[in-house]
Write a protein that binds this ligand. Structure first.
Ligand code: SF4
Ligand code: SF4
Ligand code: SF4
Ligand code: FES
Length: 949
């Protein structure tokens, strides 16, 4: 299997100055600041090494990489010695060979000699180095003191720590610090007694370790080793693909044995992750072969019937005939579809095409409705394009980082690590969040301002900050005059300058001292390159779209847009939120954000698709659900999305689903929505299909099939079969042909093709004639809409108010180890870190109600009630409680209301007025849920053979 080249030390950041030197008689020209080791590797000369690896800064501890340099005394370490003009370096001399053999002898005398049975056999740098230095004997013998009987730590579900094999090179410790930024590991003791330890904890699982795997990747021996490699042996080939979890879009080498994944190793060339990963992408892929997976199609007449396993032909023909029956009886608009941001671009494109061309309506929506639809609206209005403006790497040029309503270390962990790296270099940090997320205070990271605002007051906060910028003369007038609509700026600046928008007037509503708001605004406007990163804490509000516009206003007013280090950056939750929006999965927009009423686009697509297209926007998810209850919406095709768990007001959603005549679910598992389905079309995992995902920085990355689909078909093929059965053939042979069509019909994708993805690795759109290799930073010379437009952002408090009956605000979020509704991560060993959702309550609120840590707590809102275990913590402020929503039985969405963003209907997940009290049993909803889901599982289990053996 090909291994990625390890240059030993990172590449020099100096792109301007070059240095020429001689290494072993070869003249080599490299960037100034390059290490001799790296320069030698560039020339194909490999210098023995153990403590160095190119993902980490050089350390210089093992003394194996020594070289001789003409005119210099001694034997400098090539990993820590930079190149210099005219140097003459010798990497192989009799003296060096002698020293290296001596070093290796010492290592080997304290190392088990079980190479043949070691899990790293064939992939061990110690073994390689013993060979490279020509080690033939160990003079010191093996009888002296050694570490050969050190105990193994198997506490982490995914990797083992076998201390007997440790050479104390510190690569793991440094990886945890430099790459991950968690600082979980230390070297304890000195000299012979020195050993790697998980801080002051007994084992890895109990420690601060977040199981990112950076230490495992960095370890040159079998000391830190994936358990899958220990069980299955070394992989024999690898395929580069893209993580299917979050919007960071990490690139991985799926290392395989035949059709079996042995491990996922983050790809050093990955544009979004540069060789790093988190616990989900690195380790939590076992769900793909979990026994719960359903691989045979099933149908049933009623949701109270047993499922009947049928052939693909029968399932597709039944689904199509039901859709046709319903349309002929209830009208063209009685059916629709929902796509998921977990699907590939190609799959999403096909679903919206199916709806528009074969269903003959625009009733297609996506789960981005419930997360980032306000981003689409807000950024389009102000900047002209519904996408983040930067690359992730841009953060390394930021001087001030403002994080609003996002929790990067949990939600976007690899980017969170990169951000922490920049903060350790000295960038300033402003956090606007009701809760003390990890970034507020962590190892070597401390927020300069934590604006602990009350949930629901984002718009008041951003407008108050804008007030400071405008009234204190901090506007970048040159930028605004050159780049923005001056009239809109004047109108906006007069608005924000009004006394009622001042921090002093707003502080009571926001709950943040005016002095902090002023100081944070000054820092943002004057601290150099200032970048804003935001998440669902911005969008999932009744004023989500207003807040997105407020963010764009602030960035434009301070000139922080259109170059490295600045910008407006939505952190997309799921892997393909950006892509699913790009692909036209909203009811009002065709691919490329072109409105359905746009005659030219409609004509283009009608011509290409051969069907007339509706010029009226179709139904959004909430409309579909309301109309289902009213009786006019009767059938839904739902691919990869679990609305019964992920959408607000669960009882409303399940009532709507139960009211439909035909619910078709395409998924890996019998999810919560499938329990209300009549047709189940088994989907396939990202490991079994070809396609592309587009991450939060608009980066289109390839998803490559590494194993045969267990259900027989890739998901796009299933949509195509359904379309054909509806009389609208989609004769694609491969996902690449779908991308070719997307590129042909979508101006921002004109230059995208699988061939180009093969050549470049990934592409950030727009990619077209003007930008043939993509566009890392947007809006450089002008905004996509021409001039940037300031929008008025009047603060309108949410109608979801606290009162005597519901005195607390519930807000929701995610945790690192779990992913959204948990359908995938709950079926992996990640449950070790988060086996249940808990409710965080401030000690004061808990004491007032007699609630102790670990008690069962009933949470009641205007929409419903549920019961969770209490976690008493000062992470939340008094008056605010917080929970995650990864386990369906938690019923977090039973209590969220169906309030939503005024512009996009994105639910107001982040603000629900509630009361909590100590209880001793589950809620009524939870009891009913348990009963219903047990019945549904029983109805499915009558099809035993449908499970993977
Ligand atoms: S565990 Fe591996 S990386 Fe860490 S010090 Fe030991 S050998 Fe080096
Ligand atoms: S897995 Fe990650 S967090 Fe845990 S010790 Fe290793 S580098 Fe640190
Ligand atoms: S979940 Fe996100 S951060 Fe983690 S490996 Fe996957 S893409 Fe990367
Ligand atoms: S590789 Fe240079 S000192 Fe270890």
């Amino acid at each position: 299997m090909d291994k990625q080249t390890d240059y030993g030390t990172p590449a020099s950041r100096n792109t301007e100055q070059q240095v020429t030197l001689d290494i072993d008689g070869h003249s080599i020209t490299v960037a100034k600041g390059t290490s001799i080791m790296h320069a030698a590797m560039q020339a194909g000369i490999s210098i023995p090494k153990l403590c160095a690896t190119d993902s980490l800064e050089p350390f210089g501890s093992c003394r194996l990489c020594l070289v001789e340099i003409d005119g210099r005394r001694g034997y400098p370490a090539s990993c820590t010695t930079p190149v210099d003009e005219g140097l003459k370096v010798h990497t192989q001399t009799p003296k060096l060979a002698d020293i290296r053999r001596g070093v290796m002898e010492l290592y080997i005398s304290d190392h088990p000699l079980d190479c043949l049975t070691c899990s790293a056999n064939g992939d061990c740098e110690l073994q390689d180095m013993a060979g490279a230095v020509g080690l033939r004997e160990v003079r010191y013998g093996y009888e002296g003191s050694n570490h050969l009987s050190a105990e193994k730590d198997n506490s982490n579900p995914y990797f083992q720590f076998d201390a007997s094999k440790c050479i104390v090179c510190s690569r793991c410790v440094r990886a945890c610090e430099e790459t991950q930024g968690t600082f979980a590991l230390t070297i304890q003791g000195r000299g012979f007694d020195s050993k790697v330890a998980a801080g002051n904890f007994d084992n890895f699982l109990d420690s601060e370790c977040v199981s990112c795997g950076a230490c495992v990747a960095a370890c040159p021996t079998a000391t830190l080793m994936e358990k899958t490699v220990i069980e299955s042996g070394q992989p024999e080939h690898s395929v580069i693909t893209t993580c299917a979890y979050c919007g960071v879009g990490c690139s991985f080498r799926a290392e395989m044995k035949g059709e079996q994944v042995v491990r996922m190793v983050p790809d050093k060339n990955g544009g979004a992750n540069h060789g790093h990963s988190c616990v989900k992408g690195r380790f939590a892929w076992g769900y793909a072969t979990h026994r719960d997976r359903i691989t045979k199609p099933m149908i049933r007449k009623s949701i109270h019937d047993a499922w009947q396993e049928v052939s693909w032909e029968e399932a597709i023909s039944y689904a199509a005939s039901e859709l046709q029956r319903i349309q002929s009886k209830h009208g063209r608009n009685a059916i629709g579809a929902i796509t998921s941001s977990r699907c590939t671009n190609e799959e999403t494109y096909l679903v919206q095409k199916l709806v528009r061309a074969a269903f003959g309506n625009n009733n297609v929506d996506t789960c981005a409705r419930v997360c980032h639809s306000p981003t689409g609206y807000g950024l389009k209005q102000t900047l002209g394009e519904s996408a983040g403006t930067q690359t992730f790497d841009s953060v390394m040029q930021s001087d001030v980082i403002m994080v609003i309503g996002a929790n990067p270390t949990d939600g976007h962990p690899v980017f969170g690590s990169q951000m922490k790296r920049r903060l350790r270099q000295g960038a300033k940090l402003i956090i606007a969040d009701p809760r003390a997320i990890d970034l507020v205070s962590g190892p070597h990271v401390q927020a300069d301002y934590h604006l602990k605002l009350k949930p629901g007051t984002n718009v008041a906060l951003i407008t108050a900050m804008a007030h400071v910028v405008v009234t204190e003369g901090l506007v970048d007038e040159a930028f605004v005059k050159a780049r923005c609509e001056w009239d809109s700026f004047q109108y906006w600046s007069e608005f924000v300058a009004q006394p009622e928008n001042s921090p002093e007037a707003m502080e009571a509503a926001i709950g943040v001292p005016a002095s902090d708001l002023r100081a944070a605004a000054r820092l943002f406007a004057t601290g150099g390159n200032a970048a804003i990163y935001y998440g669902l804490g911005v969008t999932e509000h009744s004023q989500g779209s207003t807040m997105v516009m407020g963010i764009a206003n602030l960035a434009m007013a301070t000139g922080n847009i259109g170059r490295e280090g600045v910008g407006v950056n939505p952190l997309r939750g799921q892997n393909n939120v950006q892509g699913s929006c790009d692909m036209g999965s909203f009811p009002h927009e065709f691919p490329g954000y072109r409105h359905v009423s746009d005659n030219a686009t409609r004509a283009l697509l009608e011509n290409a698709w051969g069907r007339p297209l509706d010029n009226e926007p179709g139904l959004r998810i909430p409309n579909m659900l309301d109309f289902a209850i009213d009786g006019s919406f009767k059938a839904l095709y739902c691919e990869g999305e679990d609305i019964a768990q992920s959408d607000p007001n669960t009882q409303h959603v399940t009532h709507a689903l139960a009211s439909m005549e035909c619910v078709i679910v395409q998924d890996l598992f019998l999810n919560e929505t499938a329990m209300y389905a009549h047709v189940f079309l088994p989907g396939c995992s990202f490991l079994e299909k070809s396609g592309t995902f587009t991450n939060a920085e608009r980066r289109i990355s390839p998803v490559r099939r590494v194993m045969t689909p267990k259900n027989g078909y890739e998901d796009w093929q299933i949509t195509a079969m359904l379309s054909e059965a509806l009389g609208y053939p989609m004769p694609y042979q491969h996902a690449s042909e779908i991308m070719d069509e997307i590129a042909r019909l979508t101006p921002t994708f004109h230059g995208v093709s699988y061939q180009k993805l093969e050549e470049l690795g990934s592409i950030q759109w727009p990619c077209n004639e003007a930008h043939p290799e993509g566009t890392p930073i947007m809006h450089i010379d002008e905004f996509v809409r021409g001039k940037g437009r300031f929008m008025i952002t009047e603060y309108v408090p949410t109608s979801e108010k606290v009162n005597a009956k519901y005195p607390l605000i519930l807000t929701t979020g995610r945790i690192l180890s779990q992913y959204n509704v948990g359908a995938q991560t709950r079926r992996t060993d990640n449950v070790a870190w988060h086996p249940e959702d808990k409710v965080e309550i401030h000690p004061q609120d808990a004491e007032d109600r007699g609630i102790k840590d670990g008690d069962w707590v009933g949470i009641t809102s205007r929409a419903g009630n549920t019961v969770l275990r209490a976690n008493i913590t000062e992470r939340v402020q008094p008056g605010v409680i917080y929970t995650t929503f990864h386990h369906p039985e938690s019923g977090a969405n039973v209590i969220t209301t169906d309030n939503s963003d005024w512009a996009t209907n994105c639910p107001e997940f982040k603000v629900t007025a509630v009361e909590v009290s100590r209880v001793s049993q589950l809620s009524e909803w939870q009891r009913q849920y348990q009963e219903f889901s047990q019945d549904q599982i029983a109805l499915a289990q009558q099809q035993d053979e449908s499970h993977i053996e």
